[in-house]
Design a protein around this ligand. Structure first.
Ligand code: CA
Length: 229
């Protein structure tokens, strides 16, 4: 895997890189957050090993900006002893795993491999329409950097729409996909849930009504027909 290592302790960074290389990976080492962000804009990484204790821009800020810029790379955070709240915040911000310092290199490699396996099982990590993102691993939905809380059904409905942006789904089709074998084959239900989703997702409108047909999700202006509520 192509791995970005963000660690300001030069010696530790070098040891991590050596261990990753030995395990067959392709690491790039940087020592501060801004350089890390720059690197992720230039090349996609499969995984980012991110130390939280960095000078200037700390690791949590780096993580927040990465996710805000829709960088979908796996993130393994390294936390110093006593940084429990940072660890929790890190996971909430979309880190995939954490490793408390000090750690044995075998432990790091094991975590990296575990994340790699998960990565291979789920090639699409994130669904995206405009600035709306849905992370498939932890079901985090964000509009830009604003996180949106959805119920299980709302999430399912959004996922169906987001898997095929621009495709028009009929109400019946959405009902079948989301409510499956439930007896409530009432397409009114779809309308209610679409309404809730729109309210939570906010403006500009992403879920569009296609008159007499159904619904589609796409960025406003991504197609010629005018958006209708
Ligand atoms: Ca550090």
């Amino acid at each position: 895997m192509h791995i970005l290592v963000v660690e300001d302790e030069v010696r530790l960074a070098r040891q991590i890189a050596a261990a990753l290389t030995e395990a067959g990976h392709d690491p790039l080492v940087v020592h501060d957050g801004e350089v890390a962000l720059q690197a992720t804009l230039e090349t996609p990484f499969d995984l980012i090993v991110l130390d939280l204790g960095l000078p200037q821009m700390d690791g949590l800020e780096v993580l927040r900006l990465l996710r805000a810029q829709h960088v979908a790379s796996r993130v393994l955070i390294l936390t110093a002893r006593g940084q429990v709240s940072d660890r929790v915040t890190g996971l909430q911000l979309g880190a995939d795993d954490y490793l408390p310092k000090p750690f044995a290199m075998q432990e790091l490699i094991a975590r990296v491999h575990a994340l790699g396996r998960r990565y291979n099982e789920e090639p699409a990590l994130m669904l995206r329409v405009g600035d709306l993102t849905l992370e498939l691993i932890n079901h985090t939905v964000c509009r830009g950097i604003r996180q949106i809380e959805l119920s299980a059904r709302e999430l399912m409905l959004l996922k169906v729409l987001m898997r095929e942006p621009g495709r028009i789904f009929t109400r019946t089709e959405l009902c079948e996909r989301v409510w499956e074998h439930a007896h409530e084959y009432d397409t009114k239900l779809v309308e209610v849930f679409i309404g809730r989703l729109r309210k939570k997702i906010g403006e500009p409108l992403l879920i569009h009504t296609v008159r007499h047909v159904g619904y589609t999700i796409r960025e406003s202006g991504a197609s010629s027909d005018s958006p209708q509520k």
